[in-house]
Ligand binder design. Structure first.
Ligand SMILES: [Zn+2]
Length: 194
């Protein structure tokens, strides 16, 4: 024998390949496809969500089932730090002046800050990467579509792109999503074909 190769197991096909290889004096063995993947892809190759740039992201609330959806071309971790600082700065002001009621009537920088102050809720700063898209224009549309498709978002508007409401029915038919914010597996997809 001249050596051996690992074959992903595909019923009906892998046996034929194996016979051909054997006739060429090459040993082969079958591995399930997911096992092959785990051999080839090392966990250290995975980029952490906070180090990923060019994303549509979600920040779930720890106290209710709403999620904030945004986009950034920069590292997600840096954008999240800004959101966090904004919330903390406003919260400090609220605490020291004991004027949560009057603060809550002001429209803050982002919908996360608004939600945190009005409801006295805490965002989960371990943000989720919902879509990766390097192109700023495409990412804007992805954000608008994600917001429109997500039933339980806390966004005030639909992001930087104006998606006509004529698409609502279509988006609803293609894919209606709710995000399970308290699960590590964030997405519950209903009726999804994309
Ligand atoms: Zn909440």
């Amino acid at each position: 024998m001249r050596g051996s190769v690992a074959l992903p197991y595909v019923r009906g096909l892998s046996e034929k390949i194996r016979r051909t290889l054997t006739s060429h004096k090459i040993n082969s063995y079958f591995v399930p496809q997911n096992k092959l993947r785990s051999h080839l892809v090392h966990p250290k190759d995975k980029i952490k969500p906070e180090d990923t740039s060019g994303v549509v992201y979600g920040v779930p609330c720890m106290n209710c089932n709403l999620i904030y959806i945004g986009e950034t071309g920069r590292k997600l971790g840096n954008r999240i730090k800004e959101h966090k600082k904004d919330v903390e700065d406003h919260m400090k002001g609220v605490m020291t002046r004991s004027s949560r009621m009057s603060q809550s009537n002001i429209t803050h920088k982002s919908a996360i800050t608004d939600h945190a102050i009005k409801e006295n809720h805490t965002p989960n700063w371990e943000a989720k990467v919902l879509k990766k898209e390097g192109n700023i224009n495409k990412r804007g549309w992805q954000e608008a579509i994600t917001i429109r498709k997500t039933g339980n978002n806390m966004n005030r508007d639909q992001g930087g792109k104006w998606l006509p409401h004529i698409y609502d029915d279509l988006l609803e038919k293609l894919c209606r999503k709710d995000y399970d914010v308290h699960s590590t597996d964030v997405i519950i997809e209903v009726n999804c074909r994309d």
